[in-house]
Design a protein around this ligand. Structure first.
Ligand SMILES: Cc1cc2nc3c(=O)[nH]c(=O)nc-3n(C[C@H](O)[C@H](O)[C@H](O)COP(=O)(O)OP(=O)(O)OC[C@H]3O[C@@H](n4cnc5c(N)ncnc54)[C@H](O)[C@@H]3O)c2cc1C
Length: 705
């Protein structure tokens, strides 16, 4: 009974608001108590409510709406954050954005030119000497051989603004707190200023209570929904309310993030040393500067800080300006410190992503929080949304049962665990340079811990601070011109060590195509491959930091990209990516075959079985390079079905691999691709046994029918 009390009104609004206490509920004990909601009496329930209008919540709402699913978003802030935060958008996220009505193109148009952000620069001050620099872009990154779109450097708040624009274009309305009618069920709306404070699952729906302030009064609002997605960030209320624990390493580093503007600095760096990240080591200050936009002079400075000896309140605007001037090497006349935020670096993944019979779901930072090294935070969250959207749509449209939802956790959680490890490795790689310069951050953290554990309770905090400052300034002295120069034997050996780190590619990398494009689901909404004896083939888990992405048609991989020309009477010149063959507007599977009799037979059966189960499938007939008049054959072979497209390979250069070579298959094979571009099933040669029986098994396994 105690559990029920927590879920209901015993903890009233004021208790929640004043103390912000999140009490976990247990879904096992929750009953339908015929509670409150006015909406549910007439059976009206919102299919999906998303908590959090960060990039993940916004992407999910665009994807769901495009798939025809009604949803709404509640956001506790009154305005969208302008703190730039994440800025690197990887290939895979850009591929997702390509299908969102010109979003990828708009990002590419709006981002700073690549020449201004392709490098990481290591220096003693922004106007001082450069210790080294690393260029992170290679010619092939612009060739669009492995992906139809390049990576981007674009601030998170600007991305959010473009996502809002997308939502408005599909009839979303953004409401301030005053704009809500109490009896009205939100749909295609973002309710700003609405803080999710409790969730109450009943048999039929989840009753979500939000609180907002109107004319000085706290008002509660209830929204009944079928699915609740917690995309509410690292401190997720939804996660806390359902009692899901985070597992991993907590509190790796406390940081202060200073958002500032200076066109003077932007112009200087643009002409003197353009780059994206600046690692600055000087005796007066140490920090990482993220140049979000050199033209606009927009920066974030990240600095470690050590509470309780150092307090966040100590980082006033004036202190931050002084630190920035030390890092720049001179004063800036036009500096404008916009915002100062503390944040804590963790490396943690939620123990589970689903709760309350899979009706409450976590995505993005609510499910995982990584060190920012490698830019996996926001990108992994965007892939979560992409994986989840079609599965929710399939359930709501009656194509798949609820049992498909556990595949979301099965697929995405291992990726988050892998990316956590990778982010830690990248973070360690980022520390290699300061360590070589005699400044091991691990030592700083240990010194800090020792002070906390030993003298922390004995010495007054002012003396602890002096002690810590003294030890740190001894460390910073390693960076003085006196030590760090080629004529000083210690300095010269340290500089040689740093050069080796750069030459061997062991410093922090920007791009991880092997992981960004090559991540692969090992179990989930797919049909496991079996060996010749019929035993399931266990794919090798990925290891280490690898740069190259090798296209793969292995089960669970993202479909390889290849340019193809559409064979259609209307327009024979349209060149698209294989990824464009998968619809962003429908829960539709794609079957890729070669134009041979056995594959046409397979396609006929697939279309028939799919039709019987209300599943949409499109067939893509892949014609080899040079053959252009085959579409009549497809029409005859697949009649009466019409959901097919004939395409011909466009090889770049002309002697490059054929489609089936890229896939490491023969043209006798076939590939079935899910609505999120991942390969759900494939056959390397003809299907063995009764094709109809086999294909029924295939769809059952994928959709959990
Ligand atoms: C200072 C800082 C710098 C960072 N730098 C980088 C970087 O350089 N690279 C990188 O990849 N990542 C970085 N990150 C992480 C990156 O910003 C996150 O991975 C990304 O924001 C995750 O997006 P999200 O939508 O999951 O969560 P968020 O962006 O955190 O959005 C969650 C939203 O939910 C709202 N919310 C929270 N609780 C409630 C509630 N109870 N009710 C209603 N709404 C609620 C919040 O107001 C917020 O708008 C940084 C993070 C911080 C804090």
């Amino acid at each position: 009974m105690g559990v029920l009390g927590v879920t209901s009104r015993r903890f009233n609004t004021f208790f929640h608001i004043k103390h912000r206490i999140s009490r976990p509920i247990s879904c096992d004990y929750v009953q339908n108590r015929g509670l409150s909601s006015n909406y549910s009496k007439d059976g009206t329930i919102l299919p999906v409510l998303i908590v959090g209008a960060g990039p993940v919540g916004l992407v999910l709402s665009v994807l769901l709406t495009k798939l025809g699913i009604k949803c709404a978003v509640v956001e506790r802030s009154m305005a969208f954050s302008k703190h730039p935060q994440a800025h690197f958008i990887n290939n895979r996220s850009m591929e997702v954005f390509r299908k969102l009505d010109g979003l990828a193109e708009e990002i590419q148009r709006s981002q700073p030119p690549v020449e201004l952000w392709r490098k990481f620069i290591y220096c003693t001050s922004l106007t001082g000497s450069v210790i080294g620099s690393v260029d992170h872009m290679q010619t092939q990154d612009f060739d669009q051989i492995v992906s139809p779109v390049s990576v981007a450097h674009f601030s998170q708040y600007k991305l959010n603004a473009l996502l809002i624009k997308q939502l408005e274009a599909i009839d979303f309305t953004i409401h301030g707190h005053g704009g809500l009618n109490h009896r009205h069920l939100p749909e295609r709306e973002i309710l700003m200023g609405h803080n999710c404070i409790s969730v109450e699952p009943t048999d039929n729906f989840i009753n979500v209570t939000t609180s907002f302030v109107k004319e000085g009064k706290h008002i509660e609002n209830q929204i009944p929904c079928r699915f609740l997605v917690g995309a509410d960030g690292a401190g997720s209320t939804v996660r806390n309310l359902v009692g899901i624990e985070m597992r991993g390493e907590k509190d790796i580093q406390k940081l202060v993030s200073v958002h500032f503007l200076s066109t003077e600095l932007g112009q200087y760096l643009m002409y003197e040393k353009p780059g994206m990240l600046f690692f600055i080591f000087n005796p007066g200050a140490i920090g990482v500067l993220v140049a979000h936009d050199l033209k606009q002079g927009e920066f974030i400075l990240q600095m470690p800080f050590y509470p309780p000896q150092q307090k966040f309140e100590d980082f006033t605007s004036e202190t931050c300006k002084r630190l920035i001037f030390k890092l720049v090497g001179r004063e800036l006349a036009d500096i404008n410190v916009v915002d100062i935020k503390p944040w804590v670096m963790h490396a943690e993944v939620a123990e589970k992503y689903l709760a309350c019979e899979n009706r409450i779901i976590l995505a993005g930072d609510a499910a995982h929080r990584f060190p920012p090294a490698g830019g996996f935070g926001m990108n992994t969250g965007i892939q979560d949304a992409h994986n989840l959207a079609w599965k929710l749509a399939a359930i709501i449209k009656g194509i798949a049962p609820m049992s498909i939802l556990p595949t979301y956790e099965m697929e995405r959680r291992p990726i988050a665990l892998f990316n956590t490890d990778l982010s830690i490795q990248n973070f360690q790689a980022a520390m290699a340079v300061p360590a070589a310069l005699g400044l091991d951050p691990a030592t700083a953290n240990s010194v800090h811990q020792v002070i906390n554990k030993t003298v922390g309770s004995i010495l007054p905090s002012s003396i602890q601070k002096t002690l810590l400052d003294g030890i740190f300034s001894l460390g910073h002295a390693q960076l003085s011109d006196f030590v760090l120069n080629e004529n000083n034997p210690l300095g010269s050996s340290r500089l040689a060590k740093v050069r080796r780190i750069f030459e061997e590619g062991k410093s922090l990398q920007l791009q991880f195509p092997a992981e960004d494009l090559g991540f692969r689901y090992r179990e989930g909404a797919l049909v496991p491959e079996v060996d010749s004896e019929g035993a399931p083939i266990k794919p090798e888990p990925p290891t280490g930091r690898r740069r190259e992405y090798i296209p793969s048609a292995d089960l669970g991989s993202r479909l390889p990209h290849m340019n193809v020309r559409v064979l259609s009477k209307v327009n024979k010149e349209v060149i698209i990516s294989t990824l464009d063959l998968i619809s962003g507007d429908k829960v539709e599977f794609l079957l890729i075959i070669a134009p041979i009799d056995s594959s046409y037979r397979l396609a006929n059966v697939v279309l028939k079985v799919a039709n019987e189960h209300n599943i949409l499938v499109k067939v893509c007939v892949m014609w080899p390079n040079g053959l252009v008049n085959g579409d009549a054959r497809t029409k005859t072979s697949l009649a009466p079905w019409e959901n097919y497209v004939d395409v011909v390979e466009v090889r770049q250069p002309s002697n490059s691999s054929s489609w089936w070579d890229i896939c490491k298959m023969t043209h006798r094979g076939a590939i079935l691709v899910r609505p999120d571009d991942h390969i759900a099933w494939r056959v390397k040669s003809a299907v063995v046994g009764d094709i109809r029986v086999e294909m029924k098994k295939v769809f059952s396994a994928i959709l959990g029918l």
